[in-house]
Each structure stands twice: as structure tokens, then as C-alpha cells.
Design a protein around this ligand. Structure first.
Ligand SMILES: Nc1ncnc2c1ncn2[C@@H]1O[C@H](COP(=O)(O)OP(=O)(O)OP(=O)(O)O)[C@@H](O)[C@H]1O
Ligand SMILES: [Mg+2]
Length: 1045
């Protein structure tokens, strides 16, 4: 095929459309707000955390499919009222698809790309769901309609191909034969550019046939996804329609390639934690998508007139195949799909930015002419010449038999050639149609079977691939598993599926499943070990993660909506079986309307949990099959652990990795686990050498990966076991406290008890006495404060109880100290003595430090050491010390740092504090003058012994203050234990076995704890009241001021 360089070559910018979809269940559950609005083609997105922060974008089209729609009798989503703003599938086709079709019919190459976050509606727009047909089927429908109505003017040939790019491998979705390992090759040809070698092109002549081919392709995609244990959201799907139009009268042929691309989900990893994985992100996890982004950026820059040396088309399979679509000979349209929910803000904004870049790309599309037709044209022209020569020779009467014979032979040869070229299409079409009819028979057969037998319907993470595979359970007994040798077996492939996995039986209208030894079968969330009867709409999981919905006998089906049993449903059910419910995780908050909504961030944690759960099961299965001896377990980390205020809301998912034999433990963040899981899949597939349905065959002779590239392995690192909160309130009163604090693990377990002391001291480290206790901590402002933190001992270390060849360290970061400090490591002891002492000094106590001491806790982190890992060392970078070696904190108030970046905010805080101090000062002055008046009055009353009384008053003041300070200390101590009780109460949650008895017991226990808590609180307050009353009484008695009045 060669492009005809003519005047029609023009500059075309890539056209970009944006479509917003309705909220999905998760978003509705989270009570999401819509942060995207549209007006004509202008789209505005608002930052949910900052209402003022809005971004506006303008595109060629904007489709509002978020609300204002109803489902009509035929199941179509249509505008609520005629002319409503809701953009249904038809209007999206009219806005975009129609143009693509027209371009193709004019002879241009045309490309339609769908880009967006996972679950944002790419497949809905491109392919559609059920009766809501997407762009591709409608385009095919209209194309064949056009061909039929324009048969007289042109002959049309359509070739259909469908492929998938997963992990940089091309899979032919219409291929019948076994898949070649490594996928099909992409080659480059001077004329054709990049193309997929050996890709099936199926001649098609009706929309029904194309639809069926698409169904077949989706089926292949689904089975490939389950066999290879891959995730279709990470794969790109390309449908290529080659359209040839032969205009016999005009002797011209137009040829165009229509590329229809459903790209992989553009989900960005939400960064969780600061940790960076040792192993680079999976080599090809999204190489194609990343490269596409790079190509688009480079082309956008070039369009802006910047000098771009290199467009990295060759860096990925996808960009090679889309080379002409982007910056080349094609008219290209991109539909960017988004969710308008506040929780998707970041992803949606990034999609809009991406789309904006794509909008700038300039293509040069030309009308294409094919060489075959030129040949026909040339042959025809030659024939015309031959005929002319023959007739001339005839007229001139000077032809020889020889010459005539030769000319006639040439003529016949040419005609045969022309016919051969033209009949090739007919023949191929006939063959394809025959093939299609055979397929069609299978579909009809399947429909009949559905009306006769119960069956298992596959459920996939990608809704587009759900309901594609049906496994019928006909009368009698059926072996289900990898083996498909016997006529009474049903072949199922997937991770963790055995040769013979389970027996299904359909007898006397009862269907049962019996797992065979060593195989895993889950029914409605519970793993079964014996024969179990199946009922209509039961959920089945075979092996690690082959999920099916059981559809009962036709008589049991009552037209229910099966779609509610989606992948999330299966996983939530499994999580519930593990004791993870939404309500066990979430603190429900009420929203303004008065309805109760779960906290969105906790909801996100719940969905993360159910998303990662099947991945963890798969990782365990792979570890087992590859003999890695590593186990993975999901944990919900309570971030209150590391919060200095002890707030209890934030939670995060982490994966605990354990080497069973050596009892080594690692904690991986969600992002790291997802990356590793991908690398494990890659390794598993390589080692399996074309996995035969989850069982490693062949490939075992591959050399094992070096350890530093093994995704199952990591060097040992200190492990964060838990944290304790040491509240600092005693320090501003200059009260010495000894406290035992509980180190709580990420899941609320007690990891150890820490014996600690906070000792107010002199600059040289001498402990202060009771006389130094302050009643009003604001007296500290601007003054020097010295105190020591002592970590005496750690008791009952759970980490050590599990294995003795371990050690621990405690780490903490005091106020604005630039580095965390660590105690020296202690090993092999459940109750190790730490004897760690460190002194801190604030040279001029600032209001910030005072506020910190009054309201925060020092988070003491317990770090677990394992043999072979290096200790944590305190770095003294940027840490300043006094000549006595005390660490200087509160630098904002020291002269060196007065020019700090947040100076204005501290100034503001200072002003506020000053204001408060002024008010207090005024009040005190008032009180003072009142006292003075009383004093002079009493002096007037009895001048005798006046001096002595004054002396007495002086000593009285100190003694009363000391009494008061003592009372305060007692109160402080009792409040510490009350606080401990409050924390215990907060952590106290009902057990997950939801039985009534359990709940009742929980409620009783909770009430008891509450009662204790209340009593203790009452007790401490009343002790304080009594003490204060006693002091006041004593003061009155001794001073005689009031009594003398
Ligand atoms: N415009 C829409 N109207 C109604 N439902 C929609 C719309 N767009 C998407 N959906 C629904 O949202 C879900 C996810 O959509 P879809 O499968 O198209 O996402 P996707 O972008 O292809 O995701 P992935 O990257 O995982 O393939 C589907 O259940 C689909 O029915
Ligand atoms: Mg999709």
C-alpha cells in the first residue's frame, strides 16, 4: 500500500473528546461528590480539597454521561427527557464514530483510541455492554449498511483483525491454533510500516459476522487472562478493519486501515509511603502505555514548535503499531474517559492533561491507493492496447497467425490475472463465511444448552470479560480440572487448578460439587472439603482465583439481575469470611443529609483490601509452585501508630512476607507488592515455559534468577513492629514521671511494654525537685528547658517470643530534631535492658514547643532486627548540641534560625499567644490590685505584727504552690492511667464472628470498661477537687486574710 501524495494531504490535529461516566457502586457507597462539570466543550475540574483550585480544558467534544438518564424497556440508557444533556451511546457515535467512518470511506486511515483510568468507561465507549452497543459495533453496523446501499458504485472488501498487547507480547485474538510462546512478531516494511506478522485477517461482509468475531476475540482474551493469570486491564486491545473500495467505473481503489484501540487502564500507583522498591517497576508492566505518553508528549512539543529530535515510536509494541495514527498518515480521534468522583480527582486531572497534550498532535493524512488495483488498472490498460493493436492489424490485413496467437495469449493471460485478483476476495469471503457459519452453529448450540442445563458463568475483574465462558453441567458426573482427556471431563485452566480438581454431578435435578484431595474450592466465600450442593446464583472459586457464578436450572431462574454478582462481590464475600467487613474497618460518619456514610478513606482501604486479596492468593500459589518458601499475608496497618496525636482514623494496607523456614519477615507496601506481583507473574510464565493451566511444565531447566533479581526475595531490613505513645504533658509542669507504655502492633496487638522516664533536669543533667514544679507552664516561654528521656527496659517482646535469633531497637524523633534517634540494638532477649538516656534542651522555649509538649506524644517505634540485617543508626546530621552534649531542639526560637521559611506563621502564632498572655496579664493585675487593697485594709486593721504576717505570707505562697504542684502531680499520674484506659477502650472492637452471643458479650465487656473508665475519671477529678479545696482551706486558715475581713 502506498499513500498517494496529492493535494489532499493536509494537516490534521488529533481530535479529542472527553466523556464522564455515572458513579459506580464504590463511588456511591463512598458518598462521592461530582467534581467535573461541562458546558459545551469546556470541562472544569475542581480540586475536592481546595474549592478555589479549578482547571478548565477545552476539547473538540465533551460527552456528559454522568446523570440525567433512564434505562428504557430495551435496557438502553437514554436521556431522561428528550433533548436532555445525557450523552448516550448513539450520540457518542454520532459525535465521533460517524466521522471515523466517513474518513475511512474517503480513503483515509482512521484511528480511534480510548484512554482513561481503569474502570472509567473505555470499554463501555468502545465496545459497549449488552444492548448499549459501543462505537466499534455501531461503526461496523453502519459500515456494512453503507456498503450494501452503495453496491452499484463500488465493490468493498473488509478484513477484520483483533489483537491484544499484554506485557509487550502480541496475541492474535482470532487465531485458532496454539499460541506461539512470546507472541507474534512485529515487523517493519518500507511500504506498510510496522505490522504484525501472521496476524489473521478475516474477510467479513456483515455486522453480525463482525460481532461474532468480536465475541470470539473476547472469549480468547478471557481464557488467555485466566490461563496466564493476567489482568486484562493492563492489556491493550486493537481491532483493525481494513477497508478496500474498488470503483470499477472510475478505475480507482481506495484503501484505509481503521484502528480501534481500547487502551490499558492508565491507573497511577497512589504513592503509599516513601519506600522505593529495590527492583524496578515490572519491565513491561505498562511499557506500551508509558511510551505512548512519551510519544504524545514529544509530538505535542513538536507541534508547539519546539525542537524534538526523537519520537520514541520504537520503544514499545503499541507505539510501533500506532505510528501512523500519531503524527503520521491517519485521521485520529481520542476519547478520554473519566469518573467525575472526588476520589478519582487526581487520575481524572491527569487524564485531562494527557488529552490536552494529545490534542496538539498534528497528523498528515492522505488518501491511499493500493498496488493491486494499480496492477488491474495497468493490466486493463495493456489489454486495451493489445486489442487496439489486434484491430489495427486486422484492418491493415497484415497480421500473421503467429502474431495473432501471441497477442491473444497475452490478452487471455492478462484477463485471467485480472479475474484471479478479483475472485480472490470472493473465494476468501466464501471460506470465511463457511467458517463463520460453523461458529454460528456453536453459538446456537450454546444457546440451546443454556435453556437445558445448569452452568457456571465466568466472572472477571474486567466486567467486559465477565459472562463470556459457560461451563455446562449436563446429566451425570463430570471431572473438572486441567485434564480434558476423558469425554466426561470439563477443562478448566488457571492458577492452582489441579489435573483433576473437583467432581460436579447433576443427578435428579441436584447439582453438587466435591473437591478432590489437595484442591481448593470455595463456595459463597467458604472453602469446602466435602460434597456440597449448589444453588442458583452460588459463587464458586476454583483454585486460586477462577471465579464462576453458578446458574441453576432454567426453572430456577427468575429473571434476576446477575450483574450484581460482580468481581467485587466475590472478593467482599471472601473478605467477610476472613472477618474483614466494611463496618469492622470503618468508623461511620454521618453526612449533612443525616444519612450514615462510611468514611471515604476507610472505604478506600476496604476496597484496596478486596482488590489485593486475590493477588495475594495468587502470589502464594506461585510461591508454592516455584518452591519459593515464602508466604504473603495482607495486613491493615493502623497509621495512628505513627501519629503524634494518636488519631485513630488513618489505615493502610500492607503485605507481610514471611520466609517460613528461616522465620524471616518483610513488610511490603501496597505499591511494592503490586509491582512485585507483576514481576512474579513474569517469572512464573518464563519458568513455566508456556504454563499449562497453572502447572509448571517444562521451563524448569531455565537457570534460576540471581537472588538480587528475584521478586520473591529482598535483603533483610529492620521491621517496624509497632509504636508506643509517650505523652509529654508532664514536662511543661516540670514533673518527673515514670511510665510503662504499651507498644501496639499495626493490627492492635500488644508487642511489648516499655519502661520509660521523662525527667525535667538542670542544664548539667541534675534532676529537678518538687519545688521546681510549675503551676503555669506558660512561665516556661522564652526560658531554657532541659529534660531527659530514659528508656529503661523493654518487656515481653512478642517478636522475640516467636524466634530468639532476633533483636530490637527503639527509634523516635523529638519535636523538630532533624533526625530520628535509635537506641543501640539488643539481641536474643524477651525482656532486654536498654538503659538508654538522652537529654534535650530548648534554649528559649517557644509557644510551638509548649504547644507540642502539652498536646502531643512522643512516638516510640519498636524496630525488629533479624540476623543479617544492619542496625538502625542515629545520624547526627544537622543535630546541634550544647557543650554538655544535650541535643538542642526548638530551633525556631534560637537566634540562628530566625529567618526560617515559615517565619510568618510562627510570628502569627506568637502574636496570638502574646494576645492571650496580655489578657491573662490584665486579669492577674486586676486580681493583684484587689489583693493589694485587701492587704492594705488588713494592715490598717491591725498594724501589729504586720511585718511578721508579710513574712508568713511569703512562705505561705511557696508552701501552697508546692502543695498545689503535688496535687497536680497526683492528678497527672492518675490521668495517665485514665488515658491508657481510654486507648484500650478505643482499640476494643467486636470479634468478627458476628453471632449474637459474641456481640452481647462484647457489649457487656465494653460497658464494664466504660464504667471503669468513668469511675477512674470521677475519682481523679474528685481527688483533685478535694486537694484543691484542702489547699484553699489551709490558705484561708493560715493567711487569715478572709477570716479577718
Ligand atoms: N457511560 C457509561 N454509562 C453507564 N455505565 C458505564 C459508563 N461507562 C462505564 N460504565 C460502567 O462502568 C464499568 C467500567 O467500565 P469499563 O469496563 O468500560 O471500564 P474500562 O475503562 O474499560 O476499564 P479497564 O481499564 O479496567 O478495562 C462497567 O461496569 C460499565 O458498565
Ligand atoms: Mg476495559
Amino acid at each position: 500500500m502506498r499513500a498517494k501524495e496529492n493535494d489532499m494531504a493536509s494537516k490534521d490535529c488529533v481530535k479529542v473528546a472527553v466523556r464522564v461516566r455515572p458513579f459506580n457502586k464504590r463511588e456511591k457507597d463512598a458518598g462521592s461528590r461530582c467534581v467535573v462539570s461541562m458546558s459545551n466543550n469546556i470541562i472544569t475540574i475542581q480540586d475536592p480539597r481546595n474549592q478555589q483550585n479549578r482547571r478548565t480544558f477545552t476539547f473538540d467534544h465533551a460527552f456528559w454521561s454522568h446523570n440525567g438518564f433512564v434505562r428504557n424497556g430495551r435496557g438502553l440508557f437514554v436521556p431522561e427527557e428528550e433533548g436532555g444533556r445525557y450523552a448516550d451511546q448513539v450520540s457518542v457515535f454520532e459525535g465521533l464514530g460517524q466521522g471515523v467512518l466517513e474518513n475511512a470511506l474517503q480513503g483515509y486511515n482512521a484511528t480511534l483510541l480510548a484512554y482513561g483510568q481503569t474502570g472509567s468507561g473505555k470499554s463501555y465507549s468502545m465496545l459497549g455492554y449488552g444492548p448499549n452497543k459501543g462505537l466499534v459495533p455501531t461503526l461496523c453496523d453502519r459500515l456494512f449498511q453503507f456498503i450494501r446501499t452503495n453496491q452499484d458504485s463500488r465493490q468493498c472488501q473488509v478484513f477484520f483483525s483483533m489483537l491484544e498487547i499484554y506485557n509487550e507480547q502480541v496475541i492474535d485474538l482470532l487465531s485458532r491454533g496454539s499460541r506461539s510462546p512470546g507472541g507474534l512478531r512485529v515487523r517493519e516494511d518500507q511500504q506498510r510500516g510496522f505490522y504484525v506478522e501472521g496476524l489473521r485477517r478475516i474477510p467479513s461482509d456483515s455486522a453480525a459476522q463482525v460481532e461474532q468475531l468480536m465475541e470470539q476475540g473476547t472469549r480468547t482474551r478471557t481464557t488467555a487472562a485466566t490461563h496466564m493469570n493476567s489482568n486484562s486491564s493492563r492489556s491493550h486491545m486493537l481491532i483493525i478493519l481494513q477497508l478496500k473500495q474498488i470503483f470499477s467505473k472510475e478505475c480507482i481503489t481506495k484503501q484505509s486501515n481503521i484502528n480501534l484501540v481500547d487502551l490499558a487502564g492508565s491507573e497511577r500507583q497512589r504513592s503509599s509511603g516513601s519506600e522505593v522498591d529495590r527492583l524496578k517497576e515490572g519491565t513491561a508492566i505498562n511499557l506500551s502505555l508509558t511510551t505512548l505518553g512519551n510519544v504524545i508528549s514529544a509530538l505535542a512539543e513538536a507541534a508547539l514548535g519546539k525542537k524534538v529530535v526523537h519520537i520514541p515510536y520504537r520503544d514499545s509494541i503499541l507505539t510501533k503499531l500506532l505510528q501512523s495514527a500519531l503524527g503520521g498518515n491517519s485521521r485520529t480521534v481520542m476519547i478520554a474517559t473519566l469518573s467525575p468522583a472526588d476520589i478519582c480527582y487526581e487520575e481524572s486531572l491527569s487524564t485531562l492533561r494527557y488529552a490536552e497534550r494529545a490534542k496538539r498532535i498534528q497528523n498528515r493524512a492522505v488518501v491511499n491507493e493500493g498496488p493491486t488495483e494499480r496492477l488491474v488498472k495497468e493490466l486493463k490498460a495493456e489489454n486495451a492496447k493489445l486489442l487496439l493493436r489486434l484491430s489495427r492489424l486486422d484492418q491493415e490485413g497484415r497480421r500473421t497467425d503467429e502474431e495473432t496467437k501471441e497477442l491473444r495469449r497475452l490478452l487471455t493471460h492478462n484477463e485471467l490475472q485480472i479475474r484471479a485478483i478479483q475472485t480472490l476476495w470472493e473465494q476468501r469471503l466464501q471460506e470465511a463465511l463457511k467458517d463463520w457459519e460453523a461458529q454460528y452453529t456453536t453459538i446456537t448450540q450454546e444457546r440451546t444448552m443454556m435453556q437445558m442445563y445448569p452452568y457456571m458463568l465466568n466472572v472477571n475483574e474486567d466486567a467486559q470479560l465477565s459472562g463470556v465462558i459457560k461451563l455446562f453441567i449436563q446429566d451425570g458426573e463430570w471431572d473438572v480440572g486441567l485434564a480434558d482427556s476423558s469425554p466426561r471431563s470439563i477443562s478448566v485452566r488457571g492458577l492452582g487448578i489441579q489435573e483433576k480438581h473437583a467432581v460436579f454431578s447433576n443427578q435428579q435435578r441436584r447439582v453438587t460439587v466435591t473437591p478432590l484431595s489437595g484442591s481448593k474450592v470455595t463456595v459463597n466465600g467458604a472453602t469446602i472439603s466435602q460434597k456440597t450442593e449448589l444453588h442458583h446464583l452460588d459463587r464458586l472459586i476454583l483454585g486460586s482465583n477462577s471465579t464462576y457464578l453458578f446458574i441453576g436450572f432454567p426453572s430456577e431462574r427468575a429473571g434476576e439481575d446477575w450483574t450484581r454478582y460482580d468481581y467485587d462481590y466475590f472478593q467482599s464475600e471472601l473478605a467477610a469470611a476472613e472477618g474483614i467487613h466494611l463496618h469492622s474497618l470503618c468508623v461511620f460518619i454521618s453526612v449533612s443529609a443525616g444519612s450514615i456514610q462510611p468514611d471515604p478513606s476507610l472505604l478506600a482501604v476496604f476496597y484496596d483490601y478486596i482488590r489485593l486479596m486475590p493477588m495475594v492468593t495468587e502470589a502464594n500459589q506461585m510461591s508454592q509452585e516455584l518452591n519459593k518458601g515464602v508466604e504473603f499475608k495482607l495486613e491493615i496497618k493502623n497509621l495512628a501508630m505513627s501519629d503524634s496525636k494518636g488519631h485513630d482514623l488513618e489505615k493502610e494496607i500492607a503485605v507481610r512476607v514471611t520466609c517460613v523456614e528461616r522465620k524471616q519477615v518483610w513488610m511490603w507496601s501496597k505499591a511494592k507488592f503490586i509491582n512485585r506481583k507483576f514481576l512474579m507473574e513474569e517469572m512464573y510464565q518464563q519458568q513455566a515455559g508456556g504454563v499449562s493451566g497453572g502447572v509448571v511444565v517444562g521451563g524448569a531447566d531455565l537457570p534460576p534468577l540471581p537472588r538480587d533479581r528475584d521478586p520473591f526475595w529482598d535483603p533483610l531490613e529492620p521491621l517496624h513492629l509497632g509504636s508506643a505513645h509517650l505523652w509529654l504533658q508532664s514536662l511543661p509542669f516540670r514533673i518527673h514521671v515514670e511510665e510503662q507504655v504499651e507498644v501496639v502492633g499495626p493490627e492492635g496487638s500488644e508487642e511489648a511494654i516499655l519502661q520509660t522516664q521523662l525527667i525535667p533536669c538542670s542544664p548539667t543533667g541534675l534532676p529537678l525537685g518538687e519545688d521546681d514544679i510549675l503551676i503555669d507552664p506558660t512561665e516556661l516561654l522564652g526560658k531554657r528547658l532541659d529534660f531527659q528521656l530514659v528508656l529503661d527496659q523493654c518487656c515481653g517482646l512478642r517478636w522475640l517470643k516467636e524466634a530468639r535469633n532476633r533483636g530490637v531497637q527503639i527509634g523516635f524523633q523529638m519535636f523538630d530534631c532533624p533526625q530520628p534517634l535509635y537506641t543501640p540494638a539488643v539481641w536474643h532477649n524477651v525482656n532486654p535492658v536498654l538503659e538508654y538516656r538522652v537529654q534535650f534542651t530548648a534554649l528559649k522555649t517557644s509557644p510551638e514547643l509548649l504547644n507540642y509538649l502539652q498536646s502531643s506524644a512522643l512516638v516510640l517505634e519498636l524496630w525488629g532486627l533479624q540476623e543479617g540485617c544492619t542496625d538502625l543508626v542515629s545520624s547526627l546530621d544537622g543535630v546541634r548540641t550544647t557543650p554538655e552534649g544535650s541535643i538542642i531542639i526548638d530551633k525556631a526560637s534560637t537566634p540562628q534560625n530566625t529567618v526560617s521559611s515559615d517565619l510568618s506563621s510562627s510570628l502569627h502564632a506568637l502574636h496570638q499567644d502574646l494576645e492571650q498572655l496580655r489578657v491573662t496579664n490584665a486579669a492577674l493585675r486586676k486580681e493583684n490590685s484587689a489583693l493589694r487593697e485587701q492587704l492594705s485594709a488588713s494592715a490598717r486593721h491591725g498594724a501589729d505584727g504586720g511585718r511578721g504576717r508579710q513574712e508568713r505570707r511569703g512562705s505561705l505562697r511557696t508552701s501552697c504552690d508546692a502543695d498545689f504542684a503535688r496535687a497536680l502531680k497526683v492528678f497527672y499520674h492518675s490521668m495517665t492511667s485514665v488515658r491508657g484506659q481510654l486507648q484500650r477502650l478505643r482499640r476494643h472492637r467486636p470479634s468478627e464472628e458476628e453471632d449474637l452471643l459474641g456481640l452481647r458479650l462484647f457489649v457487656d465487656e465494653h460497658s464494664r470498661l466504660l464504667k471503669d473508665f468513668g469511675e477512674q475519671l470521677e475519682q481523679s477529678v474528685s481527688t483533685l477537687k478535694q486537694d484543691v479545696a484542702a489547699i484553699v482551706r489551709r490558705k484561708r486558715e493560715k493567711s487569715g486574710i478572709w477570716s479577718e475581713r
